[in-house]
Write a protein that binds this ligand. Structure first.
Ligand SMILES: [Zn+2]
Length: 247
């Protein structure tokens, strides 16, 4: 769980202090990962201002470290810096949404081919455990943000198992950007991954049918993209939650 999520929960004072003490030992890379995880979990909506001093206070680190973390996130297109204004969580455009899904189709096709060619029983078991975890997260008592994060994880785990670290890094970025796209353009839960579709995909991979598995992944990504409501809308007002968090 990211420190941001922890802050948003009604954690006790001592739990928060312990999380903050652990956070203060983190370097810019880890802080960037923590913020990226909060974006993936839809804890930080597109367009929200990431105030350096507030983040520094929250993580118990210097602004220099926060600035370095924000630079890493900017490189991954998860945040954008506006001169004289500050750094904001990226607010993807319609064009960017199409481009992200086009890139995912291309890269994830290759991930699927590599995975089917090299997958071991242990790796299939890891992905099956992930689907099991997704289904458990569908339980209504699990907060929506945790469900979203869990569903996106399937694609990241699959990419990790492809054995190509460069591809896996791109996929991590694109899945996080897809979360921002879904937050901006999602009209219903149809725009999310479905664990049934993940299960059907894995069953095809198990049969060693590489092309069918690629087609199944492409259908899955097409379905998610086509269910987005791609219309320009004005920026959403900041929620009280984030006003409180980044005060
Ligand atoms: Zn999916």
């Amino acid at each position: 769980m990211s420190l941001i999520e922890n802050n948003n929960k009604q954690a006790t004072r001592s739990e928060q202090a312990a999380a903050q003490a652990a956070a203060s030992r983190r370097g810019p890379d880890e802080i960037a990962q923590d913020i990226a995880r909060a974006i993936l979990a839809r804890q930080l909506p597109p367009g929200i201002w990431l105030r350096e001093e507030a983040l520094g206070r929250m993580y118990g680190v210097s602004r220099t470290k926060i600035r370095a973390a924000l630079l890493i996130l900017a490189r991954d297109n998860l945040v954008e810096t506006v001169p004289d204004k500050g750094t904001f969580v990226s607010r993807p455009s319609i064009r960017e949404a199409h481009e992200v899904f086009a890139a995912r189709r291309l890269l994830e096709s290759e991930v699927v081919r590599l995975f089917v060619a090299t997958a071991t029983e242990r790796e299939f078991a890891q992905l099956e455990a992930q689907i099991h975890h997704e289904r458990a997260a569908l339980d209504k008592s699990v907060p929506g943000n945790v469900r979203e994060e869990t569903l996106g994880d399937f694609h990241i785990k699959l990419a990790d198992l492809s054995g190509n670290e460069v591809l896996a890094r791109f996929i991590r970025e694109l899945v996080a950007r897809s979360s921002l796209i879904a937050m901006r353009f999602q009209s219903s839960n149809e725009s999310s991954c479905s664990s049934d579709e993940h299960g059907a995909f894995l069953a095809i991979c198990r049969q060693g049918k590489a092309q069918e598995a690629v087609d199944c992944m492409l259908e899955h990504l097409n379905r998610i993209e086509s269910s987005l409501s791609l219309e320009e809308t004005p920026p959403a007002p900041e929620s009280d939650l984030f006003r409180a968090l980044l005060r």
